[in-house]
Design a protein around this ligand. Structure first.
Ligand SMILES: Nc1ncnc2c1ncn2[C@@H]1O[C@H](COP(=O)(O)OP(=O)(O)OP(=O)(O)O)[C@@H](O)[C@H]1O
Ligand SMILES: [Mg+2]
Length: 232
């Protein structure tokens, strides 16, 4: 489904954020990206739908991600940013969640249905008329997830979906993610969630992949975890 080949990215200030990343994700796979702050997880996710474009290649299905195909690929890969303020910009929750559907020309009735369903799925039913700016951080994160869920993309890339959520909200999101059929890639520090629903984990450190394999093996290896800042 996704092929990343020899991908490197240097920010404008010269910082090398990811280096020679090579990863393959199959259709329907659920993979967690973990690693210390600054490891490059967010930078990598931002490449999956063309927000950043580094050296090397990213392929989604048969399509190479380049300038011409960005629009097409954004319909296939839904990305939820680490900070919901980067995702929400409309006057109402409805407008934010409906935005992509309106852009796609989906009919009104279907839009209302899909927005309502997505908000319900993230535990924010009936919040259509609220202002995104006036939501709490956890509420904003849920609405940000709804904006992408309602597009029904083949791949969901989520940056720290459970960070800042209360225990019940976190549980709701974990159950929701566990039930999704889509290919799911998430960046997270929530190792308990990783243990529970992600059979494969990729550990990144200093811009490189240092482990890619079964979650059970990684989480049993305290030396590995300690070496990469995953144990307190
Ligand atoms: N806009 C930017 N300009 C310059 N450097 C950046 C920028 N964004 C990120 N970086 C740097 O790139 C590296 C990777 O950052 P990134 O945000 O991808 O890490 P991360 O693994 O997502 O960390 P976290 O767990 O804190 O979210 C870090 O060293 C960071 O300081
Ligand atoms: Mg990050």
């Amino acid at each position: 489904m996704i092929n990343i080949n020899d991908l490197s990215y240097v920010y404008e200030d010269g910082r090398m954020a990811i280096e020679h990343i090579k990863l393959h994700f199959s259709c329907g796979e659920k993979v967690a990206l973990v690693g210390p702050n600054g490891a490059g997880k967010t930078t990598l996710l931002l490449h999956l739908n063309g927000i950043l474009c580094g050296q090397g290649s990213v392929r989604v299905g048969e399509e190479e991600l380049d300038d011409r195909r960005v629009k097409l690929i954004r319909a296939r890969v839904g990305l939820v940013f680490q900070s919901p303020d980067d995702q929400l910009f409309s006057a109402t929750v409805f407008d934010d969640v409906a935005y992509g559907l309106i852009y796609q020309g989906v009919d009104k009735e279907t839009i209302h249905e899909r927005v309502a369903r997505a908000l319900e799925a993230v535990g924010m039913p009936g919040s259509q008329n609220r202002s995104p700016y006036r939501l709490s951080l956890g509420e904003k994160k849920r609405v940000a997830l709804a904006t992408v869920l309602c597009m029904q993309p083949e791949v969901l890339a989520l940056d720290e979906p459970t960070a800042g959520l209360d225990p019940r909200g976190r549980r709701g999101i974990i159950n929701l993610l566990a039930g999704l059929d889509q290919t799911l890639l998430i960046a997270t520090h929530d190792l308990e969630m990783v243990r529970e629903i992600f059979p494969r984990v990729v550990i990144m450190d200093a811009g490189r992949v240092v482990y890619d394999g079964p979650t059970s093996t990684a989480l049993a290896d305290t030396e590995l975890l300690r070496a990469h800042g995953l144990l307190g």
